[in-house]
Design a binder for this molecule. Structure first.
Ligand code: FAD
Ligand code: NAD
Length: 471
């Protein structure tokens, strides 16, 4: 018999899914250990995802605004210069502050942090190759897999994170590329493409589909987003697939083709960002030693209570089904611990917001028009443009609109799609409304402070069953 120490719960992976589960388990009085191999907690999101990208998005936006959008505000600026090294330093400071914060929360909640790579020895035991050398092993009454995802590589293009990069390389380039080609017009391509375009690169996005934004974005909103990003200098090649690529010397060459077939074309750039999606990460995890299965897309197979084939082993976050989003991973973490501790838990997968942090931001929750059409669900629309919103006017930031989809009979909110300033904050209100089954009339009859951007949200709701006042 193994001498390994036994815990109530062993978590493999210290990303959002794993660390939130660990803290929640500690709060619930479970004896818990969390194994993480990257040398820092917080996973993709905190180290090479959500957090560093938002730091660069925020600061590159400020830089771009100071360069191009001050004169009409009565602000005269002198010599504006980019100090890329310091911009990266600001990003690193945000990241380190947050990852260290999680270590503190681990201590506070009695979570044991094991630094190393975990793999199943068998159904109950996880071996750990320790980061500082040596090996240990832990047994778990329960085990939670939260090993996350990695960038999907493009066949034939070797990633060196300098010329051919994933989002990770795009978060730490040491100079602004002259020409950047982004393969994939999803969220990563548009967020990271925006950063480098604002800092001075000529960015071209090549997207296989006829619409940017990745899965879920409403077509009307995606069209507006593309128009506004184009105005900022980004170029788009839609309905175009990258067939092959090669990196030689200073340049990367890509062969592209119209998605419907047609004349091939060669594109060249000094940096190519591969942003064609992410895939579940289970390499070296030894799933076979615990008899666990993955599906044809590499996702660990689970039931509605996050249980794998072995009922004491659960799995959450990017490595299993559902949208690859940090807040989805966080909801699942809390629910999984509740299942373990209390026997019940819940995540409402119909009400998970999405935000693209470009400028303007794009945010949505619930169903889009295409989805409602496909399901033959009747709907009515209410819209309100930010150009008619007083706060957006005072901010000289009026691009975009709020679009609401509601049930024609009951006014029940079915979906909300926003492109505009602070859309990512405003979508929280729509999310709450949707979760509570609110009608658009409930929203429109709720007093909203003036002057705020959120009044556009209220007026779009009003427009679904009556008329907006200010448009
Ligand atoms: P991860 O965060 O990937 O964490 C898994 C962890 O497990 C990793 O740290 C890994 O090192 C560790 N691990 C793996 N295998 C082992 C092993 N065998 N032993 C020990 N440790 C192991 N989502 C949003 O909601 N909002 C955003 O703004 C956003 N921005 C993003 C920007 C970028 C550039 C990227 C790439 C992603 C972004 N995401 C965003 C997605 C978000 O990062 C993920 O959905 C989230 O990180 C998933 O959390 P997770 O814990 O499931 O996986
Ligand atoms: P994505 O799936 O959102 O977009 C990938 C895009 O690449 C798709 O539009 C697809 O049609 C296109 N594509 C695929 N192969 C192609 C080819 N050969 N040529 C041209 N285009 C091609 O994936 P992503 O943008 O890489 O993001 C990965 C994950 O990370 C997503 O699940 C996303 O939700 C998450 N993420 C979220 C945020 C956020 O919430 N703000 C930010 C970054 C990443």
């Amino acid at each position: 018999a193994s001498q390994a120490e036994e815990k109530d719960l062993v978590i493999i992976g210290g990303g959002v899914a794993g660390y939130v589960a660990a803290i929640k388990a500690g709060q619930e009085g479970l004896k818990v250990a969390c194994i993480e191999k990257r040398g820092a907690l917080g996973g993709t999101c905190l180290n090479v995802g959500c957090i560093p990208s938002k730091s660069l998005l925020n600061n590159s936006h400020l830089y771009h605004q100071i360069l191009h959008d001050t004169k009409n505000r009565g602000i005269e600026v002198g010599d504006v210069k980019l100090n890329l090294k310091d911009m990266m330093k600001a990003k690193d400071t945000s990241v380190t502050g947050l990852t260290k914060g999680i270590e503190f929360l681990f201590k506070k909640n009695g979570v044991e942090y094991i630094k190393g790579t975990g793999s199943f020895a068998n159904e109950h035991e996880v071996k750990v190759a320790l980061t500082d050398g040596g090996e240990t092993s832990v047994r778990g009454k329960n085990i939670l897999i939260a090993t996350g995802s990695e960038a999907t590589p493009f066949p034939g293009l070797e990633i060196d994170e300098k010329r051919v990069i994933t989002s990770t390389g795009a978060l730490s380039l040491d100079k602004v590329p002259e020409k950047m080609i982004v393969i994939g017009g999803g969220i990563i391509g548009l967020e990271m493409g925006s950063v480098w375009s604002r800092l001075g690169a000529k960015v071209t996005v090549v997207e296989f589909l006829n619409q940017i934004g990745g899965p879920g974005m409403d077509t009307e909103i995606a069209k507006q987003a593309q128009k506004l990003l184009k105005k900022q200098g980004m170029e788009f090649k839609l309905g175009t697939k990258v067939v092959s690529g090669e990196s030689s010397g200073e340049l990367v060459k890509l062969e592209v083709d119209s998605a419907k077939g047609g004349k091939p074309e060669t594109l060249e750039a000094d940096v190519v960002l591969v942003a064609i999606g992410r895939r579940p990460y289970t390499a070296g995890l030894g799933l076979e030693n615990a008899g666990l299965e993955v599906d044809d897309r590499g996702r660990v197979v689970i039931d509605s209570e996050y249980r794998t084939k072995a009922s004491h082993i659960r799995c959450i976050g990017d490595v299993t089904f559902g949208p690859m989003l940090a807040h989805k991973a966080e909801e699942e973490a809390v629910a999984a611990i509740e299942y373990i501790k209390k026997g019940y838990g819940h995540v409402n997968y119909g009400v998970i917001p999405s935000v693209m942090y470009t400028h303007p931001e794009v945010a949505w929750v619930g169903q889009n028009e295409q989805e409602l059409k496909d399901k033959k669900i009747p709907y009515k629309i209410g819209t309100f443009p930010f150009s008619a919103n007083s706060r957006a006017k005072t901010n000289l930031d009026t691009d975009g609109m709020v679009k609401m989809l509601a049930d024609p009979e009951t006014d029940r909110l079915l979906g909300c799609h926003i492109i505009g300033p602070n859309a990512g904050e405003m979508i929280a209100e729509a999310t709450l409304a949707l979760e509570y089954g609110a009608s658009t009339e409930d929203i429109a009859r709720t007093c909203h402070a003036h002057p705020t951007l959120a009044e556009a949200f209220k007026e779009a709701a009003m427009a679904t069953y009556s008329k907006a006042i200010h448009f």
